[in-house]
Design a protein around this ligand. Structure first.
Ligand SMILES: Cc1cc2nc3c(=O)[nH]c(=O)nc-3n(C[C@H](O)[C@H](O)[C@H](O)COP(=O)(O)OP(=O)(O)OC[C@H]3O[C@@H](n4cnc5c(N)ncnc54)[C@H](O)[C@@H]3O)c2cc1C
Length: 385
């Protein structure tokens, strides 16, 4: 009987296990997770769960009995510490060895850190700890005006905290959206009373707040750091697999070893639409990448090529974003950005490279089809939602 081992019990790992069973795999599935919790989804941790508006049970990928019902050997609270490619086995932090026929690496990413005592937001424990502090009406300082920083700012503000965000870029989300739409998010937070300090880098977290690279000190009761995440590639690198920013794979999520696969945040996969490798740290990529890797492990013909997709909720703004703005030369709007009900299209040479629908729904498929087609568009014909 074949044994498939999955290292990393997050969304990608859990969805891979589910897909293996759905595809009829009747061998052994071992799902190994470093956290004590069974697989759960992270987006609520900085949104409704952090705001106390959703129950804990809702974050989990499967109910507890699903693993036994589907004969998935879920081993939590231990990590894979080493891969021995030549022997087809992994070593675990509990001292055990686990042989495999096929191995999936779905080890995700960990927050980048700053020196000093700060809060980070990756796990459900992190979210619980912040929720508790926000409830006390603390003075909160957030380092980083990207998705996690801004969602955390919205949650802290909604809880009644005084909130300051520091960010070295000239505006919010500058590198992911560019200044036009980045400013829209900055203005939204400013209207809600968040103090925004752009062009300002935090050098160190201190007992009383942060020390900025300018030497200036800002005081706060707690500092939350949201400056990006680093993929957990060291297992793969130490085993001699090819790595770049993530674990390098082809479009079928196969690594440089034929029996080892990678999916989710940790994978840097070849994307046929972009003609290069991409690493996507988004929920949808884990949701679909886990199953794609599972099918690939079963020898099926797989191409994992979704258009990158992300969503956020901040105050009354809900939006979905598709694509990649890199190299755009124009932003075109449909609807009314001032009313927070519109679609923004990023164009490069007349072709749509990204789209964002704000409080406008059921248009993602159309936007993604435009991006995928790579066709020069007539701007007047762009969908309005
Ligand atoms: C607070 C927060 C909010 C987010 N919000 C959004 C959002 O709104 N929209 C969106 O698209 N994306 C969002 N994301 C990103 C999204 O959650 C990730 O892309 C997704 O979780 C990736 O899933 P994954 O399974 O690849 O990795 P992970 O979820 O990181 O899971 C990997 C698991 O592997 C474990 N692990 C690591 N190393 C080992 C090892 N050696 N052995 C065993 N286990 C190991 C880790 O502990 C972890 O539990 C958010 C992320 C965070 C943190």
């Amino acid at each position: 009987m074949a044994t498939f081992v999955i290292a990393g019990a997050g969304l990608a790992g859990a969805k891979a296990a589910q897909a293996l069973r759905e595809e009829g795999f009747d061998g052994e599935i071992v799902l190994i997770g470093a956290e004590a919790e069974r697989p759960y989804e992270r987006p609520p941790l900085s949104k409704d769960y952090l705001q106390g508006r959703s129950e804990r049970e809702k974050i989990y990928v499967h109910p507890p009995q699903w693993y036994a019902d589907n004969d998935v050997d879920l081993r939590l609270g231990r990590r894979v510490t080493r891969i021995e490619l030549g022997h087809h086995l992994v070593r675990l932090s509990d001292g055990s060895r686990q042989p495999y026929d096929k191995l999936l690496l779905a080890t995700g990413a960990v927050p980048r850190r700053l020196p000093g005592p700060g809060y980070y937001l990756r796990t459900v424990e992190d979210s619980d700890a912040l929720k508790e502090r926000f409830a006390t009406g603390a003075k909160v300082l957030i380092v980083g005006a990207s998705w996690i920083g801004l969602e955390t700012a919205a949650a802290a503000r909604t809880a009644g905290c005084e909130v300051t965000v520091v960010e070295p870029e000239p505006t919010a989300l500058n590198r992911v959206l560019g200044p036009e739409l980045g400013d829209l998010f900055a203005r939204l937070h400013a209207r809600k009373g968040v103090h925004l300090r752009f062009g300002t880098a935090a050098a160190e977290i201190t007992q009383t707040g942060v020390r900025l690279s300018s030497g200036e000190r800002l005081t706060a009761d707690l500092v939350v750091v949201g400056i990006g995440a680093a993929p957990e590639i060291w297992l793969a690198r130490d085993a001699g697999l090819d790595v770049g920013h993530g674990i390098l794979t082809d479009a079928a999520l196969r690594t440089s070893h034929p029996d080892v696969f990678a999916a989710g945040d940790v994978a840097e996969h070849f994307h046929p639409v972009y003609g290069r490798r991409v690493r996507v740290e988004h929920w949808a990529n884990a949701l679909h990448g886990g199953p794609a890797a599972a099918r690939s492990m079963l020898g099926q013909d797989v191409t994992h090529d979704p258009i990158p997709y992300f969503y956020t909720d901040q105050y009354e703004l809900g939006m979905e974003f598709s694509g990649d703005v890199e190299g755009y030369d124009e932003v075109v709007y449909r609807g009314d950005p001032d009313k927070l009900e519109f679609i923004a299209y990023w164009l490069r040479g007349g072709r749509v490279v990204a789209g964002m629908n704000v409080n406008t729904w059921d248009v993602v498929d159309e936007i993604q089809a435009l991006i995928r087609s790579g066709a020069v568009v007539d701007q007047k014909e762009l969908p309005t939602g």
